[in-house]
Ligand binder design. Structure first.
Ligand SMILES: [Zn+2]
Ligand SMILES: [Zn+2]
Length: 240
């Protein structure tokens, strides 16, 4: 297989009815990485793999809609898998936000802007975005496929920072057009423009606020991108 993306959750900031906050499973057939662990994503992860098959977790930033299910994962490691030394990659300081003492279940690896980190058969390259706390967008290369993720960002950062020719870009699109500039997030229109400028081959919108109309977001994003875009939904799978 190539590189496969499964959406575990895609609600922005809080989960909509029956939904889940940000979380994604990347699987290249050898390595399986859970990127962001917002509320509801641990439950959905178990629909797609047995917990002992997970290799690592990567967290983009300290806002809880991107990591709060790490508390539950710590319990999986401690009581079910009885596993220690599980790797978590995150900006420095996120560890201090956790409620539980995560040692020895988790081993934390600090990552920062411009770091390149091999995780199994994948290579992650991080880029600091335009968001409140230190927030890391990322490019993931696996075999001949490349995936880009904006994490949370305002318009002061672009997917261009992840380099050229990303096969699939997953970009936040939190806001309505009227809300552009009011928060450090993007509208679907801005996400489409960012992906177009970066030369991304395909675009999936995510981190949509539960109050948004996804059809409107798809239309706005497609207009700006210059080709049809998709809006993430829980359980959706994409071949990168
Ligand atoms: Zn968020
Ligand atoms: Zn955030």
């Amino acid at each position: 297989m190539g590189l496969e993306l499964t959406v575990l959750g895609c609600s922005g900031s809080y989960a909509g009815p029956g939904g889940a906050c940000s979380g994604y499973l990347l699987d290249d057939g050898t390595t399986r990485v859970w990127v962001d662990a917002g509320s509801g994503t641990l439950a959905n992860l178990q629909r797609h793999l047995a917990p002992h098959d997970l290799d690592a977790i990567v967290l983009s930033h300290e806002h809880p809609d991107h990591w709060s299910d790490l508390e539950g994962w710590n319990n999986v490691l401690r009581f079910t898998l009885r596993r220690t030394g599980f790797p978590v990659y995150a900006p420095a300081g996120l560890r201090d936000r956790t409620y539980q003492d995560t040692a020895p279940q988790l081993v934390w690896h600090d990552v920062a802007d411009r770091d390149t980190v091999p995780i199994g058969t994948m290579t992650f390259t991080f880029s600091r975005t335009d968001h409140g706390p230190e927030t890391l967008g990322m490019r993931v290369d696996a075999g001949d496929r490349s995936f880009g993720y904006s994490a949370d960002t305002g318009p002061g950062w672009s997917l261009e920072a992840l380099g050229a020719d990303v096969d699939l870009a997953l970009c936040e699109a939190t806001l309505t057009p009227d809300e552009e500039g009011t928060l450090q997030h993007l509208s679907a229109r801005q996400a489409g423009g960012s992906a177009r400028d970066a030369g991304a081959h395909r675009l999936v919108l995510t981190h949509l606020w539960p109050t948004l109309d996804p059809a409107r977001s798809r239309a706005d994003g497609s207009d700006a991108f210059g080709a049809p875009v998709e809006a993430a939904s829980v359980g959706a799978r994409y071949e990168v």
